[in-house]
Ligand binder design. Structure first.
Ligand SMILES: NC(=O)c1ccc[n+]([C@@H]2O[C@H](COP(=O)([O-])OP(=O)(O)OC[C@H]3O[C@@H](n4cnc5c(N)ncnc54)[C@H](OP(=O)(O)O)[C@@H]3O)[C@@H](O)[C@H]2O)c1
Length: 342
């Protein structure tokens, strides 16, 4: 029997879970049933903030509920694998945030577990669901840029808010796996051909941390197209998510985080400009609706539609696994100083 409403469980109650919860709350097709977070006080205050009646400190316990149809994985990267596999074994649909896992082996096992359980497995690459990506996809499809030849894209800021992202054990690496997955995924989605070679240069330019704070990765696709993804923790002035698309008959520049319709000058500053911006005095361009502009609400709405109407996902677990293959080819390339086949 087809579901009429999706009972949702959130695993994690931090930064990302807060954004997802805000989006789900706007969707009448969703009931936010429960949240789980390791620290009880966090789980409780998150539940109170979002009007969720039940909270857990053990996600396994939450997964045993019959009124939860799907879960959102919003915990640190090393937990994506055990949470997803367990959720699939409990028959729950899964939306897993980026990166899919901390190894390609884990990613493959997650894909297999979801296939075995016949549940939807979505890779939460929010860049693909931004209004800007939706519009540029239409323009590319109608031939407005000609044949896509090259895409350069970057996500950069001055440093992560999450302590888990600074440890290889929890994160899987540094900015390459944690942030460059966004531009890599975007480029792979838009070019939509197999990646034949990967070359990467990584380093620590500023921070004394055990993982890289700087990454440049070059992809060569089957048709000769090229993609360059860059990420770092050395960029001041707030989150920079920028894309350049070069086609045989046109080009496009996309700025996901800055260049908003508002420009403000303030001597005294105000509370929020854009993610990771450290000041708001002088001239700034505040983001208007981050959850919409960054694609979070469109992404979770797509997940819900695909569950309720049994539709094909735009970004599947398989796609997330393929993005990770490119990432780990990048790590190998940097170690060996050669191009690597993913
Ligand atoms: N644009 C995007 O797609 C985007 C943006 C941001 C983050 N992310 C991804 O979202 C995930 C979470 O990031 P975040 O920024 O939300 O992190 P965060 O703010 O640090 O929150 C992490 C959450 O995970 C819980 N947690 C930590 N260790 C745990 C453990 N051992 N067992 C159970 N729960 C544990 C924390 O619980 P307590 O606090 O209760 O201890 C907290 O609720 C990461 O994979 C990150 O890559 C994606």
């Amino acid at each position: 029997m087809r579901l009429k409403r999706v009972g949702m469980g959130l695993v994690g109650a931090g930064f990302l879970a807060d954004k997802f919860a805000a989006c789900y709350r706007q969707d009448p097709r969703v009931k936010l049933v429960a949240v789980s977070s390791r620290t009880e006080a966090h789980a409780r205050s998150f539940a109170e903030k979002h009007g969720i009646k039940v909270w857990y400190t053990d996600y396994e316990e939450m997964l045993r509920r019959d009124d939860i149809d799907a879960i959102n994985v919003c915990v640190p990267n090393f937990l994506h694998y055990p949470v997803t596999v367990s959720a699939a074994e409990h028959g729950k649909h899964v939306l897993c945030t980026k990166p899919l896992a901390v190894s390609t082996d884990q990613a493959e096992k997650m894909v297999r577990a979801c296939r075995r359980a016949n549940v939807k497995f979505m890779y939460g690459e929010n860049w693909l669901y931004t209004p800007a990506a939706e519009r540029i996809r239409e323009i590319i499809r109608e031939g407005g840029l000609g044949r896509i030849l090259a895409i350069e894209a970057r996500e950069q800021h001055s440093g992560t808010h999450s302590p888990y992202a600074l440890k290889r054990e929890y994160c899987g690496g540094g900015v390459l796996i944690h942030m460059a997955v966004h531009p890599i995924g975007f480029i792979m989605h838009m070019i939509n051909k197999p990646v034949r070679r990967v070359y990467a240069e990584l380093g620590n330019l500023l921070h004394n941390i055990e993982v890289e704070d700087y990454a440049v990765l070059l992809m060569r696709f089957e048709g000769g197209e090229s993609g360059i993804a860059q990420s770092n923790y050395i960029t001041k002035g707030g989150m920079q998510d920028r894309i350049e698309i070069y086609g045989s008959q046109g080009m496009a520049f996309i700025n996901l985080t800055h260049e908003n319709p508002i420009r403000i000058y303030s001597d005294v500053g105000y509370s929020y400009v854009v993610e990771k911006a450290s000041m708001s005095k002088g001239w700034t361009s505040p983001v208007i609706d981050e959850n919409y502009q960054y694609g979070f609400c469109n992404m979770v709405s797509h997940f819900v539609t695909c569950i309720l109407e049994d539709k094909k996902l735009l970004s599947t677990g398989e796609f997330g696994r393929d993005v990770l293959r490119v990432v780990f080819a990048g790590y190998e390339s940097n170690r060996k100083k050669i191009a690597v086949v993913p």
